[in-house]
Design a binder for this molecule. Structure first.
Ligand SMILES: Nc1ncnc2c1ncn2[C@@H]1O[C@H](COP(=O)(O)OP(=O)(O)OP(=O)(O)O)[C@@H](O)[C@H]1O
Length: 259
């Protein structure tokens, strides 16, 4: 098995992620059926489908949470059997879940570095607070994320700011693909707009995003391409510019094909 560092420079020759004939079954249920897809570098790709279509299963296979029963997954042109989330992370793939997985009572810096704290050289176990704060500041500034003081506990931030911290955390360390599961589901209109702007900035920096969304207006606003899942099958793939929100709803429900 080949492993590449998350920070490895891609030649851009291959898509960032490719799935070939991926299948996943739960007992008698086929959750994913011969899925073929690619995600390019810096591309924002929407994954849409009705409840139970297979979106979460597909996201979990990419994130290493579930292992596919059939098919192949390639990262930068190399086939990998992703054995778990930390393996996915080492390949540059990170997930932002709806429930954010932040520690509410801890401050912004601590949350950004949770589980990958910078330790002072020579002092085993002593955290380098100053360096973490300066790196946190730099990272948030690079992504244009505005927060009050870095020492603010995350629970005192708005939902949108918290989501921005969760996304910034996911991109820290050179991750190249961020899978986002309904990242704005719990947010108001203005906060949603901010998170959408952040997603577009990630793409401008060459980071790819797979966005699971039920919000077709959002899909239209910020994605480059749309993948439509229906009952575990990838039934359509469109450039976002070529479809209306209504077209997408028809593709999701199968209204156009009469099934
Ligand atoms: N752990 C599991 N055990 C058994 N069946 C499962 C499991 N996870 C998913 N499934 C089934 O696989 C299919 C796809 O489910 P999945 O959760 O991926 O759909 P989804 O598109 O994410 O739906 P939603 O929008 O409701 O979250 C469904 O039929 C579901 O019942």
């Amino acid at each position: 098995m080949t492993t590449e560092a998350a920070t490895s420079v891609s030649t851009g020759k291959h898509p960032l992620l490719e799935m070939r004939d991926v299948g996943k079954h739960f007992g008698g249920v086929t959750a994913l059926d011969h899925i073929q897809l690619t995600i390019g570098h810096g591309e924002v790709v929407a994954l849409v489908g009705d409840n139970g279509a297979g979106k979460s299963t597909l996201s979990k296979v990419i994130a290493g949470v579930l292992q596919p029963d059939d098919g192949e997954l390639l990262v930068n042109g190399t086939a990998h059997r992703i054995t778990g989330p930390s393996h996915a992370r080492s390949l540059g793939i990170e997930v932002v879940y709806q429930d954010l997985a932040l520690a509410p009572n801890l401050d912004i810096t601590t949350n950004l570095f949770l589980g990958r704290e910078i330790v002072r050289r020579g002092l085993l176990g002593w955290l380098n607070g100053r360096r973490m704060r300066s790196e946190a500041k730099e990272h948030l500034a690079a992504l244009d994320v505005n927060v009050p003081s870095l020492s603010t506990p995350v629970e005192r931030l708005s939902g949108g700011q918290r989501q921005a911290i969760a996304i910034s955390r996911a991109t820290y360390g050179g991750h190249r693909l961020i899978v986002m599961d309904e990242p704005t589901a719990a947010l108001g209109v203005r906060e949603t707009a901010k998170v959408e702007e952040l997603i577009m900035r990630l793409a401008q920096r060459g980071i790819s995003v797979l966005l699971v969304s039920h919000n077709m207006a959002q899909v239209k606003r910020i994605t480059d391409r749309v993948l439509v899942l229906r009952r575990g099958r990838l039934v359509a793939e469109r450039r976002t510019a070529d479809v209306t929100a209504e077209d997408l709803v028809s593709l999701i429900t199968g209204a156009r094909e009469g099934d």
